[in-house]
Design a protein around this ligand. Sequence first.
Ligand code: ADP
Ligand code: NI
Length: 216
Amino acid sequence: MEKEAIIRKTEHFVKEKLADDASGHDWWHIERVRRLGCYLAKQEGADLFIVEMAALLHDIADEKIAGSEESGMQAVQQWLWQLPLSRAESEHIVSAISTVSYKGGHGHPPQTVEAMVVQDADRLDAIGAIGIARAFMYAGNRGHLLYDPTLPVRETMTKEQYRHERSTAIHHFYEKLLKLKDLLNTESAKKLAEHRHQFLEQFLQQFYREWDEAME
Ligand code: ADP
Ligand code: NI
């Protein structure tokens, strides 16, 4: 089977699995990560096939979709096993996917340029206007508040407090979104992150301006 056919088959599989997802992992997120990933791969000289496959499958392994991280990685492996891939290719794709997720920075760091590129593409889609929109969708889907000024930002909390507090959409900016630009692996992703990060800052400024206007 040609590489192209493998990609097309995988695309169908993922589309079907994620079609109705409302937790920020819908098909179009995958498509953006895939395209951004391919762009970054070209810039960074990464293997396009590995990047495209890992980008397509990266959220199949997400515990929010698969139930647990283990069953997610199993689903990915099962899919890869029945494709005509070499063992090295499958292993490369699996290891790239397993390093993609954020996990508060506690995941294994990416070992290959392909893993770096896919992780960067996924992170780029979590910042900028699209990242903001995804955060509010996620918060809405989880029943979180828009913002609650009486909740502390989590950095200032003890672990015990952290466990009992509910996040808000705005708090997620401090927990994750504003940190992402400094966690990128590749220079080409850092370039794309600049204006996206600025937009996060602008958005927060305007948000607090309006909040203060209302509260005066
Ligand atoms: P991904 O690996 O695709 O970035 P995540 O599952 O970490 O996926 O998050 C999906 C989307 O939802 C991202 O845009 C992320 O910023 C957002 N998100 C995750 N957790 C929260 C949260 N507690 N509040 C608001 N948005 C969130
Ligand atoms: Ni993702």
